[in-house]
Design a protein around this ligand. Structure first.
Ligand code: PLP
Length: 364
């Protein structure tokens, strides 16, 4: 497997390939909150180790109520899953879209899942010359009566670009006219400075051709827990999706954690302050390097383009991993070539190390 085929989270594969113990790798590729698991979640699990001796509540009522209070979505519109990945897969299998459009480059699972159902996919390109910001008018021109589904990641992985919810209304109206759905993956939404402007969650009360997928892996630093959730007010689609899902795919610890993490306001505040301040500082530092172009981000990661042909993203990846620093070479993403690197925001000292190494490599 080449480094370009590896998911951001595939630390074990990198560890084996480069013979570096996993614990020694600084992972700027996983997009996970550097503060780690909230203490409140650790305590809740530690105090309830026996929770796995019972089945979780098959209706996940308390968990869904906790998510509803956190997101403002209606509890009955919520479906929980084994990470956001299970919900992406379930909703796509349920819809089995014949013709879908994926705003791209984006997280690879949407394409993989639609391909598995045998549907046709059009990748709608975010353009570099538009700084990867979605051009809604251009997207709307692609939508017709054959379209079943549009997939949008917001804020988008790997570009960090985003679209505000008020602009999505127009897209939803257009999709409604053509009997098509919009799936929005908001996995990175809590890192955005103005969540209330970016999140489409309030629109679930108005549009039943919208479903939103979210995870907890990144913001609450728990990718191993596998807890995701979705909101959809089309009861027909949601109930069919629920039928497709395994009944207890969210385990008792994830159920317990989900009833605690969303009320941990100190952790949420601390994370948002850290990411906002580091995002500004990193932007400032990297903007001084003339050989790269850095894109605006509302997430906890940055994408940059190499403006030089003297070195490729793959070569930078190799130089950094030799120092046990893992970034994402983005050449496997559609519409990105060997000039793009993504890295996530970690603690200030770790961010300083990466900035220094990038400067060293490019200034040689
Ligand atoms: C945009 C996006 N959606 C979903 C996922 C998967 O997250 P989860 O761990 O919740 O399945 C990722 C993981 O990298 C991602 O980047």
């Amino acid at each position: 497997m080449s480094n370009t085929q590896v998911h951001g989270g595939d630390l074990d594969i990198i560890s084996r390939k480069y013979s570096i113990p996993k614990e020694e790798i600084v992972n700027y590729s996983g997009n996970v909150n550097p503060l780690g698991l909230p203490e409140t979640v650790k305590a809740a699990i530690a105090e309830n180790l026996d929770a796995i001796c019972d089945y979780p509540d098959v209706s996940y009522l308390k968990l869904r109520q906790s998510i509803a209070a956190y997101t403002g979505a209606a509890a009955e519109s919520i479906l929980v899953g084994n990470g956001s990945t299970e919900l992406i897969s379930t909703y796509i299998k349920t819809l089995a879209p014949k013709n879908s459009i994926i705003v791209s480059p984006a997280y690879s699972e949407y394409q993989r899942e639609i391909e598995l159902t045998g549907g046709k996919i059009e990748l709608f390109p975010l353009l570099e010359e538009e700084n990867f910001v979605l051009n809604l008018e251009r997207l709307k021109r692609k939508i017709n009566d054959d379209t079943d589904l549009v997939v949008l990641c917001n804020p988008n992985n790997p570009t960090g670009s985003y679209v505000t919810a008020d602009r999505l209304r127009n897209l939803l109206d257009c999709l409604k006219e053509h009997n098509a759905y919009l799936m929005v993956d908001e996995t990175y939404i809590e890192f955005a400075s103005e969540i209330s402007k970016v999140s489409a969650m309030p629109l679930t009360h108005e549009y039943n051709n919208l479903f939103i997928i979210r995870g907890t892996s990144k913001f609450f630093a728990c990718p191993g827990l596998r807890l995701g959730y979705s909101a959809c007010t089309d009861s027909g689609l949601r109930e069919k999706a629920a039928d497709f899902k395994d009944p207890w795919s969210v385990n008792s610890y994830a159920e317990l954690a989900g009833c605690v993490m969303f009320t941990d306001t100190d952790f949420i505040k601390h994370t948002r302050e850290l990411i906002t301040s580091e995002r500004g500082r990193i932007k400032n530092e990297l903007s001084k390097i003339s050989q790269i172009k850095l894109y605006d981000t509302q997430s906890n990661f940055f994408l940059f383009k190499l403006l030089t042909d003297k070195i490729t993203a793959g070569e930078i990846f190799e130089k950094l991993i030799a120092k046990k620093l893992l970034v994402r070479d983005c050449s496997s993403f559609p519409f990105l070539d060997g000039h793009y690197i993504r890295f996530c925001i970690l603690m200030p000292e770790q961010n300083d190390i990466l900035i220094k190494e990038i400067k060293n490599i490019l200034e040689k």
